[in-house]
Design a protein around this ligand. Structure first.
Ligand code: PMP
Length: 352
C-alpha cells in the first residue's frame, strides 16, 4: 500500500476472485464458467462488431434491451444491461444503501456483498443460515431493511421458493430487495415475473454462467423503471458506456440463440445430479444444489487438503478460507468427461 491511498480504504480487504492460473492447462471447475463455447452466431457477431470499435457503444443499449425484453418477458424499460452482474450489484448498493441504509444478506453467500458493503461504508446485517445451510426466509420477512439474496444461493446452490421470495419482497415495501439470479437457469425459479408487481424488487442476472459469456462481461438488472432510473444515476456518473460494442453484439446474438443455452443448462443440471450421486456414494455430504456447482465435504479430508490434492492432479476447484466453509470445496459442473476425471481423481485421493 502506498502512502497515497485514501484513508477510507486503509486496511480494506478486497474481493479475491477465483484463480485463473496461466502456468498449465487445468480442468477448470473453480469459477462456475460454462464448459460450452458460445454459439457460433455469437462469436461471428462479436467479430463483425469489432470493425466498429473506433466508435463508442450505445449508452442506452437499445438493441440489447429490446432483445433481452423478449427473453425475460418484460418491457425494455425494465432492463439495464451491465458489465457483468457484479457491476449492477455495485451500482445498486451505491444507489439504495448508505451509512443510514444498511443491507442484510445471508452470512454464507456471495462474498462480493460484504466487500461492497465495506467499500461503500454500508452497515451489513449478516443473518445466519440454518445448520443445513438453508436460508430461513422468515428472517427476512418484515425486516424493514434493504436485502440481497442470491437465489440459488452461493456457494450452497440452495433455493428459496418463489412464494418465499414474494413474501420477503411484499413484507419490505419501503426497502429494496435484490434477488441475485446468477444461477437461476440451472434449476431455480425466477422472480423476474414479479418486477412489474413489486416496485421495490431488483432481479439481477448474468450471462457469465448459463450463456457462456464470462469473458465478455454481460449482466442485466431487471426492475421497475423508477428503480432503473435510480441506478442509471450511478451508471451515468461512473461508466456511461459500460457495455462495449462486441459484448453488446454478442449478447443480442446469444439472446437469439437462447434455446442452445437452455439445452446446455439442462446438460449441466444432469451432470450435476450424476456427480452429486457419485460423490454421495463416496461418503461426501453434498448440498441439494440447483446451480452449476456442488458444495461438498467429506469427513476424512479437509476442504483445503482436497483442493490442494486436486490441484496437484490438474483439477481446480474452489476452497473458501472462511471458518464457516473451511471443510467444504465448491466444484463447478463441467462436461461429463470433466466430471468423470474429477470423480476418478477424488477416488485416487481418498484411496491414497
Ligand atoms: N452473483 C453471484 C451469486 C455470483 O456467484 C457471481 C459470480 N462470481 C456474480 C453474481 C457475478 O457474476 P458476473 O459479474 O460474472 O456477472
Amino acid at each position: 500500500m502506498s502512502r497515497f491511498l485514501s484513508g477510507r480504504y486503509a486496511g480494506f480487504e478486497a474481493y479475491t476472485p477465483g484463480e485463473q492460473p496461466q502456468d498449465r492447462k487445468y480442468i477448470k471447475l473453480n469459477t462456475n464458467e460454462s464448459p460450452f463455447p458460445p454459439a457460433e452466431k455469437v462469436t461471428l457477431a462479436a467479430a463483425e462488431e469489432s470493425k466498429n470499435l473506433n466508435l463508442y457503444s450505445d449508452p442506452e443499449c437499445t438493441l440489447l434491451r429490446k432483445a433481452a425484453a423478449g427473453v425475460f418477458g418484460v418491457e425494455p424499460e425494465y432492463i439495464l444491461p451491465v458489465n457483468g452482474s457484479d457491476e449492477i450489484l455495485n451500482m445498486a448498493f451505491m444507489a439504495f444503501c448508505g451509512k443510514d441504509a444498511p443491507i442484510a444478506y445471508p452470512e454464507i453467500s456471495y462474498g462480493f456483498y460484504s466487500v461492497l458493503a465495506g467499500l461503500h461504508g454500508i452497515p451489513a446485517i449478516e443473518l445466519p443460515l440454518r445448520s443445513d445451510f438453508t436460508i430461513d426466509h422468515r428472517d427476512y420477512v418484515g425486516l424493514h431493511q434493504n436485502i440481497v439474496i442470491a437465489n440459488p444461493n452461493a456457494p450452497t446452490g440452495l433455493c428459496l421458493t418463489l412464494e418465499q421470495v414474494q413474501e420477503i419482497v411484499e413484507s419490505n415495501p419501503d426497502n429494496v430487495v435484490i434477488i441475485d439470479e446468477a444461477y437461476v437457469d440451472f434449476g431455480g425459479k425466477s422472480a423476474v415475473r414479479l418486477v412489474s408487481r413489486y416496485h421495490n424488487l431488483l432481479v439481477t442476472r448474468t450471462f457469465s454462467k448459463s450463456h457462456s459469456l464470462a469473458g465478455a462481461r454481460l449482466g442485466f438488472g431487471i426492475a421497475d423503471p423508477e428503480l432503473i432510473a435510480d441506478i442509471n444515476i450511478i451508471k451515468y456518473s461512473t461508466n456511461p458506456y459500460n457495455v462495449n460494442r462486441m459484448t453488446s453484439a454478442a449478447g443480442v446474438a446469444a439472446l437469439d440463440e437462447n434455446d442452445y443455452y437452455l439445452t446446455n443448462c439442462g446438460i449441466i443440471a444432469r451432470n450435476r445430479e450424476y456427480t452429486a450421486q457419485r460423490l454421495r456414494e463416496k461418503g461426501f455430504y453434498v448440498t441439494d444444489s440447483k446451480a452449476n456447482f456442488l458444495f461438498v465435504k467429506n469427513d476424512v479430508i479437509s476442504g483445503g487438503a482436497l483442493y490442494s490434492a486436486l490441484r496437484d492432479r490438474g483439477i481446480l476447484v474452489r476452497h473458501f478460507s472462511n471458518k464457516l466453509m473451511d471443510d467444504f470445496v465448491r466444484i463447478s459442473i463441467g462436461t461429463r468427461e470433466q466430471m468423470d476425471a474429477l470423480l476418478e481423481a477424488v477416488s485416487n485421493i481418498l484411496n491414497s
